[in-house]
Design a protein around this ligand. Structure first.
Ligand code: NAP
Length: 326
């Protein structure tokens, strides 16, 4: 047994109040497991929702938060090839800890050339963007996609993937000052998400209507986004940052036959075949190795300051990263 520090929460509520650092004992990795010394983890909206008790599924408490993170394999259990030792890997849950044991089949190995701080944000948001862009429409070069919350990590990944594929993006944002940074990533158009946005977007699109809209806001902004779509287009909802329900005018269904779909990466990963999963992560790592998906870092905190880190992450304007060990 070894004693390590891990973040835990014993009840749900205000995220900054429910997280605490504990000393916990970790045994040797069992058969089929590896021991990972964790290095970096981002704080994502899903982590905050989980701590609030407002996520799509709950876990037995006490629990270690952290839906993604990157670490290095330091030892292996029975039946696991020793070539895993020394490799950087992405874990999918209970990431906010110094060390832990994970089933080897749950890990994603990071290719050489991507360091742990860059890699720690690659397990959730870029694969979500990749799936959203590939699952709901057969996009051709030059096709437009429209999305809201375009400044988010998913939104930025959508822009970078679309640019690599030759698809154009119309990006709705809350902040006018976000336009330059999104254009630098490859955004074709950036529009402030307000009542006038629909007319501005129609003028930019010049008669073209996107067949795919990606919604991470909900409420009135989602209705506005759906209003831009082509007849029989798809609005894929994957987030609800405003916490407002979708409002769908009857005419969107009757006259325009819009398709309203949802996407949850967790479910997708549970049902995807190994080759489907590999295809997504190969695509993500290929673009990451060319410089895409660099985290827009708002602040970094050590594990011991997790409560401050969680409080800061609720303020937005980039990702807060936890440095779990040096
Ligand atoms: N379904 C899935 O499988 C899946 C996977 C990954 C992520 N997600 C979801 O995708 C969304 C984005 O995640 P992320 O990690 O990319 O986020 P992030 O990088 O932390 O960015 C948050 C985004 O939400 C915007 N925002 C915050 N509060 C808002 C509000 N009240 N109304 C409108 N926009 C608001 C922010 O705009 P500013 O830049 O203006 O602050 C920013 O664009 C979250 O809802 C997350 O849960 C879902």
């Amino acid at each position: 047994m070894q004693t390590i520090r891990a973040v835990r929460y014993h009840s749900t509520g205000d995220p900054a109040r429910v997280v605490q650092v504990y000393e916990v004992a970790v045994g040797e990795p069992a058969a089929g497991e590896v021991r990972v010394r964790m290095l970096w983890a981002p704080i994502n909206p899903a982590d905050l929702n989980m701590l609030e008790g407002k996520y799509g599924e709950s876990r037995p408490l006490p629990d270690v938060p952290g839906n993604e993170g990157c670490g290095r394999v330091v030892s292996v259990g029975g039946g696991v090839d020793e070539s895993w030792i020394g490799r950087l890997v992405l874990v999918d849950r209970m990431a906010w800890r110094e060390e832990g044991n994970w089933p080897v089949e749950s890990l994603i190995a990071v290719p050489a050339g991507i360091d742990a701080r860059r890699a720690c944000v690659l397990r959730v948001n870029p694969p979500t963007a990749w799936c959203l862009l590939h699952a709901f429409a057969d996009l051709k070069p030059g096709d437009w996609i429209a999305q809201n919350a375009a400044t988010s990590a998913v939104g930025r990944a959508v822009i970078e993937i679309a640019r690599a594929k030759g698809w154009k993006t119309l990006n709705l944002v809350r902040r006018r000052d976000a336009a330059d940074e999104l254009r630098a990533l490859g955004a074709d158009a950036v529009v402030v998400d307000r009542p006038e946005a629909a007319d501005e977007a129609v003028a930019i699109l010049g008669g073209t209507k996107p067949r795919l809209g990606l919604n991470a806001v909900g409420g009135v902004p989602a209705t506005r986004l759906a209003g831009l779509l082509a007849e029989r287009g798809t609005l894929a909802t994957y987030g609800a940052m405003s916490k407002e329900a979708l409002k769908i005018p009857n005419g969107f269904l009757i006259f325009r036959d819009l398709d309203f779909r949802g996407f949850w990466l967790t479910r997708w990963l549970r049902t995807a075949s190994p080759s489907e999963r590999d295809a997504v992560f190969d695509g993500v790592f290929h673009l990451a190795s060319r410089g895409c998906f660099a985290p827009r870092v708002a602040a970094e905190f050590p594990l011991s300051e997790v409560a401050s880190a969680v409080a800061r992450s609720g303020e937005g304007r980039g990702k807060v990263l936890l440095q779990l060990t040096m």
